[in-house]
Structure formats: structure tokens, C-alpha cells
Design a protein around this ligand. Structure first.
Ligand code: ARG
Length: 570
């Protein structure tokens, strides 16, 4: 597809002799169309050309070679040059690209040969899969899909919390009271109860605490009884987690959790020792990171000799660098772990790895999910069972559908797409670092900026397309029939899609895509409300049908990249 920015940069380059790649980075998209489709800020060149911006603007305008095929008109506005692109060229390009790429519209090869590791979801064994893990799962999956769509080789890792001193306690609790609990039903709830109980006992009784520590030691040494119990906890938990993953449609390339790194930690300790930075402090082994502006030291080994979450993450960095040769390694967790990631990224520089790896570690942090207390099913105060939450989303969606469209077939299936889609979209709709308020009425509002809204607009496009005999051939479309203001606006949005995806991975910010889909859906909705699609005039009709088809196609592709399935009816 034609790249207008690049074309404009080339034209300016020809008359200024400045590198066109550099020029391209200066070109802006003005906030509204009255300032052109693209704008070039001439003050960026004032220094290099030793001239005032208005003079530069005038000279470029006079000397630029443009045959009208790409640029319609150039205007000077202060120190800016405003470029109005040739709308026919734009429309023709979008139509042809849509026809040739179809359901692959927007995909590209810019990531070819690059490996991206995404560490996401990562719930903890024997603990509830909570709403923060849901956010990680949803953001991680969206990034995974989008990187992949742009040609990157992506490795999705579920770094399960399946190791740590808490398992010494779990084992002790199970030894003492296991018989009282039937783990076949709600195993995570029961294991959490056991954990709370043993923790309380540990506070009262030093001997029990010592037993727990001893269990963890035994587990580290491979003791059979302890290992079997740990395995049992893990299996039961994974089975529960899978229910959530099935509802969301999540998959992972690797399930290597923390326990995978047990035998890989000694190397980390060796390397840190060799770096001369490992220190003893009150019996623990630490690395002081003050020189990097991090006032809390990282603990590599506790005073009782056990390793830590951080040590396992360092071992994982070594392993992932060697195994996946990553060009980027992303960690999707809440901002509560900011310090942890700062510490491990800094400490990773002491492991003797190539800078290529240590410079490409990135914490993709997100905000908290705040609950509007009320009808939401909770157990134990504010711990929400995620499976229940997702099922509630489905049943609420079903109630709405029942009310709006009682005749609909396959209500169950549609309610699942709408309910799950609503929850996913909600997690992705605002900039990820913002805290989010979870409120049923907002996320399921068919007219709001929601997943169901996008699905609803998609379904409208689909019903039009399904009711015509066949999609018109692009060659038969009269471009003059797509030049109204609203049509141009839609086509410009469609043109931007690939660029939107690139912006998502630039900032690791899926909300850029969510906002875009809302804009696209709203633009079509307003078009549809003021224009009949199936008009008498054949040329008008064909053009409008094709526009409708393009919208539906891009909404579907975009939603799928976010992890949302489209219903065919709703
Ligand atoms: N299990 C951790 C938690 O629940 C998240 C793990 C994130 N990944 C990592 N490599 N540390 O908070």
C-alpha cells in the first residue's frame, strides 16, 4: 500500500537534500482535516538550513515536485506545510489492498527474524487466579497476537508461581489437616484455607514454622513425599486455571514456571559471585544496587539458605537468552512489581550476558483493577473467583440478549462471545497503566465504548453482507462514490490500520488498537445512520456495500487480535 508519509518525505528530501528517513520522523498527522492530512513542521529544519521556518516553508512549496497523483494541494500555515493527499489515490489503494489481503488486511513482515518473549498470566499454584492475573493474561495475549501478525516470532510463556517457601507450609498444613478437606471440589479454595490456617499456627508455634522450613528444604532436595504433594497441588491448580483459560481461549508456548529454574539457580549465584557484587548481609546474600539508583538491595539467597522469586527470574533471563535468543523480552504484571523488575533488570547486567539481551528487557506494567462493590460474587471479602466472574459475564450477556432479541438462535454461544468479549475489551480499553474500575453496567453497555458495541456494529455490517448476492468486485467500484466527508473519514481510518498495529508494539499498548476500533465502529455507525446502504443507484450501492464489508473485516481482524470473537448475530 502506498505510504503517504514516506512519499511526502521523499519529495521534501529532493528539494532540501535532507535525508528522507529523518524527514519522515518529523511529519505529523494534524488533529483535524482542515489542517491537511499530513503536516510538516519547518522549524525542524531551521538550524540545518539556517533559515526562518516561514521561508523554508515557502521555498519547499515552490520547489517541490508533485504531479498531483499523491498530493492534491500544499498550504503554508505559519511554520507548517500542510499536505492534502489525493483522495482518489487513497481510496484506490485501500480498496486494492483490502481485496488482495482480505482477512489478512494489516498484516506484515516487519518483525521477520526477530524473537519476542512475552511472559504473562503466571498465576500462583494453590492460590486463586485473581483479577490481576486476568489482566496480565488479556494484555499479554493481545500483544502476542499483534506481534505475530506483524511477522515476529513470538514465544508466550506462562511463568507459573509453582515454587517458593510457601510450599513448605502447604505441605505441613496438608500433613496436619489434609483429611478434613475434599480437594476434588474447589481445590484452590480449600488449599487457600489450609494455607491461612497453617500460617496462623506458624505465628503461634515456632516448632511448626521450623517444620515448614524443613519441608521446603526437603522439597528442594527432592524428597519423595514432599515432591508428590507439591505435584498434587500443582496438578489440581492447573486444572482449575485451565477452566479460566478455556473460557478466554488462552494458549501458551511454554509453561515453564518458577520450579523449572531450581537447578538453574546455582549458575546465577556463581556468576554474581564472580562479578564481585554478591554481598553477605545479616546472613543473606544480596546485591546492592544503590549505584543504579535503586535503594533496596536485591535478595538472592535468604538467611535460611532458600532462594527467592528474584533469583528464579534471573535464572529465567539466562535461560531465555540462550533458548530463544530474544530481541525483546516483555514481562506483563501489575505496577506493584515495578521494584522487582528494576532490580532484576539491573542485576541481569552482572550475569555476563551480551548487552543485546540486557538492553531488551521490558516491564509492561499495568494498573490495578478496582471493584465496584455490590452484587459481584466474592469469596473471602475481596478475593474474586475468576471463573465465577467470567461465568457471570456470560449470564449477564445472556439476560441482555434475551431481552433485546429473544428469537435469536444459539443464544448460549453468542452470550459467551459477548460476555467474555466485554471483559476482555474492558481490560484493554484504557491505557494499561491506569487503574481500572470494574463495573458490570459499563462494560456490558451495547452503546458504550465497549466490546459488545464493537460486536454489535460488526453484526450490522455482517447482516448487510450476508443478504446480498455477492460482494462487488473492486474493479467495478466507482471511486467517485466514496468521496463524501464521512466516507473519506472511514477510508482514512482503514488506511491507518497497519500503522495502528505498529504503534501498539512500539509502546506495548493494546489500548491503541481498542480505541481505534471504537473510532471505526462509531464512524460507521454515524455513516449508517445518515446513509442508506442498499440504494437503487447501482454504483452508489456497490460502493457502500464494499465500504461496509471493509469495516466489518477490519473490526473482526482487530477484535480477534485483542482476543475477542465476533458473533454472527446478536
Ligand atoms: N506469579 C507472579 C504473580 O502472581 C507473576 C510472575 C510474573 N513473571 C515473572 N517472570 N516474574 O505475581
Amino acid at each position: 500500500m502506498i505510504n503517504f508519509k514516506k512519499e511526502i518525505a521523499n519529495m521534501i528530501s529532493e528539494c532540501t537534500q535532507i535525508n528522507s528517513e529523518e524527514l519522515k520522523t518529523y511529519i505529523e498527522i494534524p488533529p483535524d482535516d482542515t489542517m491537511g492530512d499530513y503536516a510538516f513542521p519547518c522549524f525542524k529544519l531551521a538550524k540545518a538550513l539556517k533559515k526562518a521556518p516561514p521561508i523554508i516553508a515557502t521555498e519547499i512549496k515552490e520547489n517541490i515536485k508533485s504531479d498531483g497523483e499523491i498530493i492534491d494541494k500544499i498550504e503554508i500555515a505559519g511554520g507548517y506545510l500542510n499536505f492534502y493527499i489525493n483522495k482518489k489515490t487513497l481510496i484506490r489503494n485501500v480498496l486494492e489492498e483490502m481485496e488482495s489481503k482480505n482477512s489478512k488486511y494489516g498484516n506484515s513482515n516487519i518483525g521477520k527474524g526477530k524473537n519476542i518473549v512475552i511472559d504473562y498470566s503466571a498465576p500462583n499454584i494453590a492460590k486463586p487466579f485473581h483479577i490481576g492475573h486476568l489482566r496480565s493474561t488479556v494484555i499479554g495475549a493481545a500483544l502476542y497476537n499483534i506481534y505475530k501478525y506483524l511477522g515476529f516470532n513470538v514465544i508466550g510463556i506462562n511463568h507459573l508461581g509453582d515454587y517458593g517457601t510457601q510450599f513448605g507450609k502447604m505441605i505441613e498444613g496438608y500433613k496436619l489437616w489434609g483429611k478434613e478437606y475434599d480437594l476434588n471440589e474447589d481445590p484452590i479454595g480449600k488449599l487457600t484455607d489450609i494455607y491461612v490456617r497453617i500460617n496462623n499456627l506458624c505465628k503461634e508455634d515456632e516448632n511448626v514454622l521450623n517444620e515448614c522450613r524443613n519441608n521446603f528444604k526437603k522439597l528442594e532436595e527432592g524428597d519423595q513425599y514432599c515432591t508428590e504433594l507439591w505435584k498434587k497441588f500443582k496438578e489440581l491448580s492447573l486444572k482449575e486455571f485451565q477452566k479460566v483459560y478455556d473460557l478466554l481461549g488462552s494458549t501458551f508456548d511454554s509453561w515453564n514456571g518458577e520450579s523449572f529454574y531450581i537447578d538453574k539457580m546455582p549458575e546465577v549465584i556463581e556468576k554474581l559471585k564472580a562479578s564481585g557484587r554478591l554481598e553477605e548481609s545479616e546472613g543473606a546474600k544480596i546485591v546492592n544496587l544503590e549505584n543504579a539508583g535503586i535503594s533496596t538491595p536485591i535478595i538472592i539467597e535468604k538467611s535460611n539458605g532458600s532462594t527467592t522469586y528474584a533469583t528464579r527470574d534471573l535464572a529465567a533471563i539466562l535461560y531465555r537468552a540462550r533458548t530463544y535468543d530474544f530481541d525483546k523480552a516483555l514481562y506483563v504484571t501489575s505496577y506493584e512489581q515495578n521494584l522487582h523488575f528494576k532490580q532484576i533488570f539491573e542485576t541481569a547486567k552482572l550475569l555476563g550476558l551480551d548487552e543485546k539481551y540486557t538492553n531488551s528487557l521490558e516491564h509492561v506494567a499495568f494498573g490495578m483493577v478496582l471493584l465496584k462493590t455490590g452484587k459481584m460474587s466474592t469469596r473471602e471479602g475481596n478475593v474474586i473467583k475468576l471463573e465465577e466472574l467470567l461465568n457471570e459475564a456470560i449470564s449477564r450477556a445472556k439476560d441482555i440478549i434475551e431481552e433485546k432479541n429473544p428469537e435469536l438462535e444459539n443464544k448460549e454461544e453468542i452470550a459467551k462471545k459477548v460476555g467474555i468479549g466485554a471483559v476482555i475489551f474492558n481490560d484493554l480499553s484504557n491505557s494499561r497503566i491506569k487503574d481500572e474500575i470494574f463495573d458490570w453496567d459499563t462494560i456490558l453497555n451495547f452503546q458504550g465504548e465497549t466490546g459488545p458495541y464493537i460486536q454489535y456494529i460488526y453484526v450490522r455490517t455482517k447482516s448487510i453482507i450476508d443478504n446480498i448476492e455477492k460482494l462487488p468486485d473492486v474493479k467495478e467500484i466507482n471511486i467517485n462514490e466514496l468521496q463524501d466527508e464521512e466516507e473519506i473519514k472511514i477510508i482514512k481510518l482503514l488506511y491507518q490500520f497497519e500503522n495502528v498495529l505498529e504503534n501498539v508494539i512500539d509502546k506495548n499498548e493494546p489500548s491503541i488498537l481498542s480505541r481505534y476500533l471504537i473510532n471505526l465502529a462509531q464512524a460507521y455507525s454515524s455513516y449508517y445512520n445518515s446513509n442508506k446502504i442498499l440504494v437503487e443507484d447501482i454504483e452508489k450501492k456497490n460502493a457502500r456495500i464494499y465500504l461496509t464489508y471493509m469495516i466489518g473485516n477490519v473490526l473482526q481482524i482487530g477484535a480477534k487480535l485483542l482476543g475477542i470473537d465476533m458473533p454472527n448475530k446478536m
